[in-house]
Ligand binder design. Structure first.
Ligand SMILES: Cc1cc2nc3c(=O)[nH]c(=O)nc-3n(C[C@H](O)[C@H](O)[C@H](O)COP(=O)(O)OP(=O)(O)OC[C@H]3O[C@@H](n4cnc5c(N)ncnc54)[C@H](O)[C@@H]3O)c2cc1C
Length: 344
């Protein structure tokens, strides 16, 4: 999956996949007998809360409309997968994929028979069909979902993950963090890049400010431009304000969750408008070989197409399916040892 696909032409046919894997035609109506979340038909959910978390994003809490509890399939994917659901835009009969956020401490306390909640961090894309539709919906609206769809199954022997997240690409990083929170001895580093501070207010990098020398301060988006502007000299270190944004707070909670059993979760925040960008050196220090340790090590990259392309090269379409494509970009030029790269 690439996070967001830009269309090159106008919307052609209702439901035609102008956005590759993220759009689908709907031949089957929702089946009332399958009111639980399932991958075949759309199940009805009620929008119980829409909480604005930044000028462009909100966390949507959806509750199963018929009071069905979380199906076993969902309990399973939480343990070992990066997964998504699809939401239908009923007028256009198109759907897009969204990545459920891990349950909060409150929802952990829910009994097995209580109606299932799904929380989604959704960014409103400018002129985006489904995200704009969703952001305009009032609370108590009905939303149809299907899933779960597994995007990646974590290897059973996973030891360490470095997750490069751009924007809402933080949602799958949070899924991985909660899954690794159950794996004794595991370790995870999230490097989260946003264009603006208001996407991650109050986020302070573990171990100090996530910035390097002025010369190397370039964003992934600048590497896509023919003539990139020179990096400016002003450097604003990690935000030190008191208020914390909702997602920053959830990342803090995830750090606590895995504290006892794991070797920890660290988060580095990077903000383009503060001239702080993820640098290869930030990865090099974390991929230093540790030969005595057995187990898989994964670098995951998730975010807008340009972000994935910059770090790991383009994904490719083969036989109608999106595939990983060759490793390219910055990671393709680095000495990665036994680290494997996965583009989400
Ligand atoms: C597995 C997976 C998980 C995802 N999880 C999340 C998530 O948790 N949160 C999240 O916010 N997103 C997520 N996404 C992205 C999401 O699926 C949608 O792609 C996103 O919401 C945009 O969809 P849209 O219908 O609003 O925009 P679209 O209508 O698809 O438009 C996308 C962009 O293209 C531009 N565009 C549209 N038409 C044209 C045109 N004719 N010419 C030029 N440009 C055009 C739009 O302005 C917009 O910027 C995920 C994607 C995948 C594949």
């Amino acid at each position: 999956m690439s996070w967001l696909k830009r269309r090159r032409g106008p919307l052609i046919l209702i439901g035609t996949s102008a956005v590759g894997g993220a759009a689908y035609r709907f031949f089957r109506p929702a089946d009332a007998s399958e009111a639980s979340l399932n991958p075949r038909t759309f199940a009805p959910y009620t929008l119980v809360e829409k909480k604005t978390v930044s000028p462009t994003s909100a966390v949507f809490t959806l509750r199963n409309h018929d009071g069905k509890p979380e199906p076993d399939s969902v309990r399973e994917v939480w343990k070992r997968s990066v997964w998504s659901v699809q939401i239908k835009q009923p007028q256009l009969q198109i759907a897009r994929a969204y990545t459920p956020l891990p349950p909060t401490a409150d929802s952990h306390k829910k009994a097995r028979h209580e109606p299932a909640d799904i929380r989604l961090l959704i960014r409103q894309e400018e002129a985006g069909e489904v995200s704009t539709y969703l952001h305009r919906l009032p609370e108590a609206s009905l939303i149809e979902l299907r899933g779960p769809n597994t995007e990646l199954e974590l290897p059973a022997d996973i030891k360490e993950v470095i997750f490069l997240a751009g924007g809402t690409g933080i949602a799958p990083a949070m899924q991985v963090a909660q899954a690794l929170g159950r794996r004794t001895g595991s370790k995870m580093h999230i490097l989260w890049a946003n264009r603006r501070r208001d996407e991650c207010v109050g986020g302070v990098s573990d171990g100090g400010a996530a910035t390097t020398s002025a010369d190397s301060r370039k964003g992934w988006w600048q590497s896509l431009l023919a003539s990139s502007e020179p990096a400016q000299d002003t450097l604003v270190d990690g935000y030190t304000g008191q208020t914390k944004g909702a997602i920053v707070k959830e990342l803090d909670a995830l750090k606590e969750l895995g504290k006892a059993a794991t070797r920890g979760l660290s988060v580095q925040y990077y903000v383009d408008e503060e001239k702080s960008f993820i640098q290869p050196a930030d990865l090099e220090s974390r991929i230093a070989p540790t030969p005595e340790e057995k187990g898989s090590r994964l670098i995951m990259v998730s975010g807008p197409d340009g972000f994935i392309q910059h770090w790991a090269g383009k994904k490719q379409w083969v036989g109608g399916r999106e595939t990983q494509g060759p490793l390219g970009g910055v990671l393709g030029k680095m000495e990665l040892g036994d680290w494997k790269v996965f583009k989400l």
